[in-house]
Design a protein around this ligand. Structure first.
Ligand SMILES: [Zn+2]
Length: 382
């Protein structure tokens, strides 16, 4: 029906007015000047009734009057389908897991290809970040182990590529004691040969040139090929940065089999990179603190001499609570690669065998005055 025109009779106008008022009262229609005829209202009402009947039919299984016969089966089928889908997703734990793994798989593939591109353009910092991210996401233990080995290689490239910092005030000797107090030493640096598990030559050579047979019960020379010094101390003893530097590694070591304990282990350790001036030019050293119970620094952090970096412990391949402290030279090594050296130098007669070895380096006294931790009776073994 069109708009009410001025030409219509008063009767018709009254009728329409009454009808409009009735509609407003009953439905709240306020479209003044618009036709709100009863016909569309009845249609709407009819649809609502039909909807009520459908819902009634769905709930009670009865067909409402005027309900299209095909409707309930369609709705019911849809409901059953939704219910089955819901059950499938919930009952089958592998479904959601599969979705997540598929997403992670795609993300791992993406990260590996990003890593390949970073290595191609020799962006070592980015490559190290990506290796760390992959290590966090990778579930395969063997793959994580490979990543950790790969990280060490990348670090060597990164160090080689980075220009040395301008010489700092620190000069040789540069080390402070890595802990406060006095603790008994239980293992020395093996000058023949300090290659850890790769040694196995059955000889232990002290800094003063004594040859011992390595023995876990020996008071001073317990492990063949030992790369540093061990001090026995209670778990939780604060461990201090032995010199100013940057934390190059602060995490659990790659898992490996420990013959001493007869099982696989992963100890906590920290490495700090030190850059200093030496008579032969800028030089870099690393200090390593192992078997920790707690790490209190993060990789990349700058530390000051004597700053607490973590707590001692008994983690990894360790027969009892102790600190393993090790110093590595990054320059002036026979292979051009980092090599462990004895921070107490070499005091035996003749040349230090380790300084002549293809993977070796010369050991120097590296302790500042009054800072060398005591070697107790192992200094002059009986
Ligand atoms: Zn050790």
């Amino acid at each position: 029906m069109g708009l009410v025109s001025p030409g219509v009779t008063g009767r018709l106008t009254e009728t329409l007015e009454d009808e409009n008022q009735r509609m407003r009262n009953s439905r709240g229609v306020v479209n003044q000047g618009r036709c709100t005829s009863p016909k569309p209202t009845r249609q709407v009402e009819g649809k609502r009734n039909a909807l009520r009947r459908w819902l009634y039919a769905i709930v009670h299984g009865a067909q409402g009057r005027g309900l299209p016969k095909v409707t309930p089966p369609i709705v019911a089928t849809l409901l059953i389908f939704c219910a089955l889908l819901y059950q499938f997703v919930n009952i089958s734990p592998g479904f959601a897991q599969g979705l997540r793994e598929s997403a992670r798989g795609k993300s791992l593939v993406g990260l590996y290809s990003q890593l390949a591109r970073a290595v191609d353009r020799q962006d070592w910092r980015q490559a190290l970040r990506l290796v760390d991210e992959l290590h966090r996401q990778e579930k395969e233990v063997a793959q994580r182990y490979d990543l950790e080995g790969y990280r060490l290689q990348l670090e060597q490239r990164a160090y080689a590529a980075e220009p040395l910092l301008p010489p700092q005030p620190a000069t040789l000797p540069f080390l402070h004691q890595p802990f406060a107090g006095v603790f008994p030493v239980s293992n020395l640096f093996d000058h023949d040969l300090p290659l850890g598990e790769a040694d196995n030559n059955g000889r232990f050579l002290t800094l003063q040139g004594q040859v011992w047979i390595p023995n876990p019960l020996h008071p001073c020379g317990k492990s063949d090929g030992h790369t540093g010094y061990d001090w026995e101390m209670p778990i939780g003893t604060p461990i201090l940065a032995a010199a100013a530097g940057r934390v190059s590694l602060a995490r659990a070591e790659p898992e490996f089999y420990c013959p001493l304990l007869g099982r696989s282990v992963r100890g906590l350790r920290i490495r700090i990179l030190h850059e200093l001036a030496s008579p032969t030019g800028p030089e870099r050293f690393e200090t390593l603190y192992a078997h920790l119970s707690q790490i209190q620094v993060r990789e990349g952090q700058k530390v000051f001499p004597g700053e607490v970096i973590g707590l001692s412990g008994n983690s990894g391949c360790s027969g009892g609570p102790h600190l393993h402290f090790e110093v590595r030279r990054l320059e002036h090594t026979n292979s051009g690669q980092a090599a462990a050296v004895d921070p107490y130098g070499w005091q035996g007669s003749g040349l230090d065998p380790w300084s002549l070895h293809s993977q070796g380096a010369e050991s120097l006294w590296l302790w500042q005055v009054g800072q060398a931790p005591s070697l107790g009776s192992c200094w002059h073994p009986l």
